[in-house]
Ligand binder design. Structure first.
Ligand code: ZN
Length: 259
């Protein structure tokens, strides 16, 4: 694709305002799906533009495009959330909300062009959706003993390089990647998690049933795949915690000791 960076960026405002008109529950699903596709195509154009910026040795431009890309992905995730809610895909819709929040935060970290009041308004909207559309969640946080982190930018030991986690470099964020993990020390229940995807999925009721934390529906334990065995009255929950490589995985048995 041979497009000038300026031409790609000049389409941003139009594409975003067309999409934002559709970021509400009652909007037509076909229109929302079309908008998701339009954003996907635009993100591809942004990827090319970003490569070009790096080739031109323009780091500020590369970071600016990163910010725009994250902004587009936030809106795309929000559209996905409304679409999933309409089709009663509750887990997916929660995941999309969490993605929308994360992408928006990343957009703000990537470049000052995204640190504006209208972006803050979007973040506030997502907070409200989280609070009033979804039931309260219980978040989990894994405690690791990590022997070594490597830097995602230079691949060196994070303790020794100059890059800083969360800051953009040439259109990419610096992340700490766990290279060597000793053990998972504990799983704790937290109010403000680093990752809202890490949460309790099922828990046992006093009657010996298993309740879904999101839908509140109860099941016989054998209906839930891989749910650990338990005695009636025993308090058990299962959930999602982050894996060392940053993807989610289901946890094994965890016993909750209340009070
Ligand atoms: Zn580094």
């Amino acid at each position: 694709m041979n497009e000038r960076i300026g031409d790609v960026l000049s389409d941003f405002e139009d594409i975003i305002s067309r999409a934002q008109v559709l970021t509400f529950l009652p909007r037509d699903s076909d229109l929302q799906e079309n908008s998701v596709n339009e954003l996907k195509d635009y993100i591809k154009r942004l990827n090319f533009a970003q490569e070009l910026a790096v080739k031109n040795k323009d780091e500020d431009m590369a970071n600016k495009i990163l910010a725009v890309r994250c902004g587009c992905r936030a809106i795309r995730s929000e559209l996905d959330m409304w679409l999933s809610l309409k089709s009663e895909e509750w887990i997916e819709s929660w995941g999309s909300l969490v993605d929308a929040q994360d992408f928006l935060r990343s957009a703000q970290s990537a470049h000052k062009m995204m640190r504006k009041p209208n972006i803050q308004n979007m973040q506030d909207k997502y907070r409200w959706v989280e609070k009033f559309v979804f039931p309260p969640q219980t978040y989990l946080s894994p405690g690791f003993v990590v022997k070594k982190f490597v830097c995602s930018i230079c691949g060196e030991d994070y303790e020794k390089c100059d890059h800083i986690e969360g800051l953009p470099y040439w259109g990419k964020f610096c992340n700490r990647i766990i290279a060597d993990i000793e053990k998972v020390q504990e799983i704790s229940v937290v109010e403000e998690p680093k990752d809202k995807g890490c949460r309790i999925i099922h828990f046992t009721t006093e009657e010996g049933l298993v309740r879904n934390k999101m839908t509140w529906k109860t099941y016989d334990p054998e209906e839930i795949q891989n749910f650990p065995e338990f005695e009636t009255g025993e308090k058990i929950f299962t959930g999602i915690v982050m894996k060392p490589n940053g993807t989610y995985g289901r946890t094994q048995k965890m016993q909750e000791k209340r009070g």
